[in-house]
Design a protein around this ligand. Structure first.
Ligand code: CS2
Length: 503
């Protein structure tokens, strides 16, 4: 089979969507740090809509922060890749709609040539630098949000201005070069699942730049923009089977396609230093304040996703659709949203929470995604604060019970034992894995007791001020004991009828 590339675009099957513009005329207006599957199924797809409408200023330079695999796969394809949107037809049969995306115009691998990344950030045509570097990529303390000046990558980058390895270091040294060239301010746009993601990014960039050069820091503070945004599309990891199926449907080899659900949402603050694509053409909406959208999404989507992932992974339910197909789990997730999460959410004009909840349950049931619970379970220490603990804090402050929230947290703690109920071992994939595994071993590993629960809650990077919270510990203990002795399925059955609304 031929390789997908510019030359072969005309020969693709008629039903495959493809760029409607001449890719050679594309300018690079966006530098994207962390060119993984999520961004290629999300922001690049929205940008493609603006390019298709004829605004060719917004080609993307994609930066890989660690591995060369994306560049190695996409360079022979002229940067082209397929977005496969998957769901089920009216008979429940999986189907996919294919679109070849042309927005990614160049690919950089930071560790091979960090200077090329700084040059791209400093280039005159660049107006936006966007990031999907995952929660841990901000080198911040998840409980407080502050940049960790003792983070090994930050320590390294402050000492090596020519060869930074963190996204924050690259941004600041790239901005320094840009400022020296007089090329005008940038918009720095975080697309990660963090509350106030723009503020987290801004704080980290300013803190780092303060260490580098105070004039640079004031320029960034005054002139650059950091809009917050909420992004939502489920993007499972692409497998070899997916690559083969997409290639077969295209009639040529695509070594690096991405998959996604049909659902797409992106609410972004309209606060840009120097113009932006019209992403509304691709389904985005510009909003004055992204906070209520972020809170809704982080708590409802990501909060329930993480709860479902730890419970599912422990029970041996490997994919989200399989897990949500278990009636007691589905009932629990539905009640978790309705009774415990939704009462903590601000009202949003036009938002019907019951419809949002039902739609989310339908998204989880999508049989064509095969989204693995272990994929969502990774990096728990980075995810739990904004996904679960905000809801928990709000409820505890009002004296409201948290039995279902506590079950998700308990499932994460229980998951740290590293073996599921079928006896399968797995690796804890988390930047704090070593500490967390050791903590589990000397606390819960010695017995599921109240003292052990308090020892877990004392883990400051995750729980912060919740350490020593008696109400939370009292909710966690029975959940942990039940998961330990009865297992996930029996615990969920026992949760039926649990009252979360009243004290
Ligand atoms: C998921 C998210 O992997 C995870 O942790 O919860 O990636 C989720 O699929 C997206 O945020 C949905 O928008």
């Amino acid at each position: 089979m031929n390789r997908l590339n510019d030359e072969g675009l005309g020969a693709l099957p008629a039903e495959v969507a493809r760029p409607a513009y001449n890719r050679h005329d594309l300018k690079i207006g966006i530098v994207h740090m962390g060119i993984g599957a999520f961004m290629r199924a999300h922001m690049a797809a929205a940008t493609e809509a603006a390019l298709n409408a004829g605004d060719l200023r917004w080609g993307i330079a994609g930066v890989s922060l660690r591995r060369p695999d994306t560049r190695d796969a996409l360079a022979p394809q002229d940067g082209l890749y397929t977005l496969a949107i998957r769901d089920a037809d009216e008979h429940g049969q999986p189907r996919q709609r294919l679109q070849v995306i042309g927005a990614v115009r160049s690919l950089l691998v930071a560790p091979e040539n960090p200077q090329s990344v700084l040059d791209a950030i400093a280039a005159e045509d660049t107006r936006i630098v966007s990031l999907t570097v995952t929660e841990k990529g901000y080198c911040h303390d998840p409980a407080t949000g502050a940049l960790r000046l003792d983070h090994p990558d930050i320590v390294h980058d402050l000492a090596h201005p020519q060869a930074p390895r963190s996204a924050i270091g690259m941004l600041v040294y790239g901005l320094k070069q840009r400022h020296a060239l007089g090329h005008g301010p940038l918009t720095l746009m975080s697309l990660d699942n963090l509350p106030a993601n723009g503020h987290v990014l801004r704080a980290a960039v300013l803190r780092f730049s303060e260490e580098v050069d105070s004039k640079l820091c004031s320029w960034i503070e005054r002139e650059c923009r950091f809009p917050c945004s909420m992004v939502d599309r489920i993007v499972p990891k692409t497998t070899d089977g997916d690559r083969a199926a997409v290639s077969q449907a295209l009639g040529c080899t695509d070594a690096w396609p991405v998959l996604g659900e049909p659902f797409f949402d992106w609410a972004i603050e309209d606060d840009f230093a120097a113009d932006r694509p019209d992403w509304t053409l691709g389904g985005a909406r510009f909003v004055p304040d992204a906070e209520p959208f972020e809170r809704l999404k982080l708590r409802m989507v990501n909060g329930t996703h993480s709860s479902l992932a730890y419970l599912g992974a422990m029970a041996g339910w490997q994919t989200v659709d399989h897990a949500i197909g278990q009636a007691p789990l589905r009932e629990h997730i539905e009640a978790l949203m309705r009774d415990e999460i939704e009462p903590t959410l601000p009202a949003l004009p036009g938002l019907d929470l019951a419809a949002y909840r039902n739609n989310l349950l339908a998204r989880y049931a999508n049989p064509a995604l095969a989204h693995r619970t272990q994929q969502i379970a990774m990096d728990g220490s980075q995810k739990l604060p904004q996904r679960l603990l905000g809801t928990v804090r709000d409820r505890l402050a009002k004296g409201l019970p948290v039995p279902r929230m506590a079950l998700g947290l308990a499932a994460w703690m229980h998951y740290l034992r590293g073996v599921d109920e079928l006896g399968q071992t797995y690796r804890i994939d988390d930047p704090h894995a070593t500490e967390l595994t050791a903590l589990y071993q000397r606390s819960l590993g010695q017995g599921y007791t109240l003292d052990a629960v308090h020892a877990m809650l004392a883990y400051a990077p995750v729980f912060g001020d919740l350490a020593g919270n008696a109400q939370l510990a009292a909710a966690l203990l029975p959940a942990l004991q039940s998961l330990h002795t009865q297992g996930v399925a029996a615990t969920l059955v026992a949760m039926r009828g649990t009252e979360s609304l009243l004290i």
